[in-house]
Design a protein around this ligand. Structure first.
Ligand SMILES: Cc1cc2nc3c(=O)[nH]c(=O)nc-3n(C[C@H](O)[C@H](O)[C@H](O)COP(=O)(O)OP(=O)(O)OC[C@H]3O[C@@H](n4cnc5c(N)ncnc54)[C@H](O)[C@@H]3O)c2cc1C
Length: 444
């Protein structure tokens, strides 16, 4: 039997392999050019900051793969022949036949053709190799410049600050990450970045990266004509699907590898999932590219069933994302747009200390909650998703916010302040409910 071959040993490829193995005895081969073993990409920053060793970021012991008969292969797939042979070619000349093929090649860092973007000392942050390169590039640096606001940029800023490297952060937008965040949350995050000593420059575009006499980066020029001396430039203006491997094949692509809701491509027995996949949406909706850890895992779980003969659509459910802006945790549920949409209203509360914020978005007519943002407060995913799924009215959600919190007593003043602010703004008379948790009930 020809194997299931998976290109990419990230969360998507590996979750698919594990779940296929639970259901089937088919041979499985996972190929990656990055590392021998699966590791947590989201933990890359902690390796650089010295909080974790690389081996701590590997969720499975090295023996796990052999025991589960998942063959790991290190190499770069340069060609896919879907036409007659159902085969792959690796850059080193090896040829591998497949019965079924999963493309799970992830993303690549964006570069926008800036002069000097390929100079030594200029880099992105995506792969394990990028962290190794950052180790080299961050030596003897008196200033680093980061270009492009977003989640990876802020991680890179935190990484460099941990080595006491001064950081200037150029962000094109008027407010930090405000193509995603509403203005109030953008301001909260911007303030926090500056509190950490980052020289955050909003509405500032990079024009060029300049080389010094040694050929390495020595400065950047902004479009406003300012020169900023630096020895390291981090390019962090987002990522795009890594579809290089299918470029010369018959597999259809758009921005990513085009797939249907079953994560099937246009070629039989060829699938794509995770960051590299573009899910074609029927009707007027925009195709979806989901570049998140947990969506990669969810896609893989559905796909493993399909690969094993139980054809299963990928259903994402309620949108969720979480991240960290330096010391401030961020969670978002459902849809919180940066500008309110027609027919929706939102209520926003922020603690005067500027490190905690809550936004609840709801429909004007039904008052059903459709989205929530939380800053500096960790909420229970299950409860928040349930509120959105059940179209819970905003009054109920506001009064019961403490119920979704991991530590309602600690945050009690916040929940009371939120309800007071809501009552004042909306002329209501709600009270904050504190139902004791199961733990509290057992040990009361
Ligand atoms: C610094 C950083 C922090 C992040 N933090 C978060 C976070 O907090 N929360 C969150 O939800 N998401 C986060 N993400 C995004 C998340 O890591 C990705 O969505 C996820 O890793 C994508 O998984 P994947 O399996 O689809 O692809 P990847 O993890 O990119 O794995 C793809 C693998 O395929 C390999 N590959 C590609 N082409 C070939 C080829 N031709 N031959 C052989 N191998 C190939 C690549 O080298 C790579 O190892 C972060 C990303 C980065 C870079």
């Amino acid at each position: 039997m020809e194997p299931l071959v998976i290109i990419g040993n990230g969360i998507t490829g590996i979750t698919t392999a594990r779940h296929v193995r639970k259901r089937s005895d088919m041979p499985i081969v996972v190929i990656s050019d990055e590392t021998d073993h699966f590791f947590s990409r989201t933990a890359l920053m902690y390796i650089f900051m010295g909080h974790m060793r690389f081996k701590d970021t590997k969720p499975y012991q090295d023996w796990f793969w052999k025991k589960n008969r998942i063959e790991l292969m290190r190499g770069f797939v340069s060609e896919i022949d879907t036409a007659n042979n159902k085969a792959l070619r690796l850059r080193d000349g090896r040829r591998i036949s497949y019965g079924k093929l999963l493309i799970a090649t992830g993303s690549k860092s964006n570069k926008f053709g800036w002069p000097g973007q390929d100079l030594p000392g200029v880099q992105g942050l995506y792969s394990y190799q990028d962290v190794e390169l950052l180790e080299e590039n961050s030596r003897n640096v008196t200033r680093a410049v980061l270009v492009g606001g977003g989640l990876i940029g802020i991680e890179m800023a935190e990484m460099l600050l941990s080595r006491h490297i001064p950081v200037t952060f150029l962000v094109r937008e008027k407010f930090y990450w405000n193509n995603i965040l509403p203005e109030a949350e953008s301001l909260l995050v911007s303030r926090h970045i500056r509190e950490h000593g980052v020289d955050l420059r909003l509405e500032t575009n990079l024009k060029a990266i300049l080389p010094g006499a040694d050929g390495r980066v020595t400065a950047v020029m902004t479009e406003a004509g300012e020169r900023i001396d630096c020895q390291l430039v981090g390019l962090t203006p987002g990522v795009h699907p890594n579809i290089e491997v299918v470029k010369n094949s018959a597999v259809a692509t758009g921005r990513g590898v085009l797939v249907n809701e079953y994560l099937e491509t246009n070629i039989p027995d060829v699938y794509a999932a995770g960051d590299c996949a573009e899910i074609v949406t029927e009707g007027d909706g925009r195709n979806r590219i989901e570049q998140l850890w947990y969506t990669g895992r969810m896609q893989a779980q559905a796909l493993a069933k399909t690969i094993c003969g139980e054809r299963t659509p990928y259903e994402r459910g309620i949108w969720f994302n979480s991240a960290k802006f330096m010391d401030i945790e961020y969670q978002t549920y459902g849809y919180v747009h940066n500008q309110p949409r027609d027919g929706e209203t939102s209520f926003y509360w922020e603690h005067p200390g500027g490190r905690h914020g809550v936004r609840i978005v709801y429909q004007n007519d039904s008052e059903a909650v459709t989205g929530m943002n939380f800053f500096g407060i960790r909420m229970r995913q299950h409860t928040c998703e349930g509120w959105i799924r059940d179209e819970t009215p905003v009054d109920t959600v506001i009064a019961n916010l403490a119920e979704a919190n991991f530590d309602p007593e600690l945050f009690r003043p916040h929940w009371e302040a939120i309800v007071t602010a809501y009552n004042r703004e909306r002329g209501k008379q709600l009270r904050a409910n504190f139902r004791p948790s199961l733990f509290q009930r057992i040990f009361a």
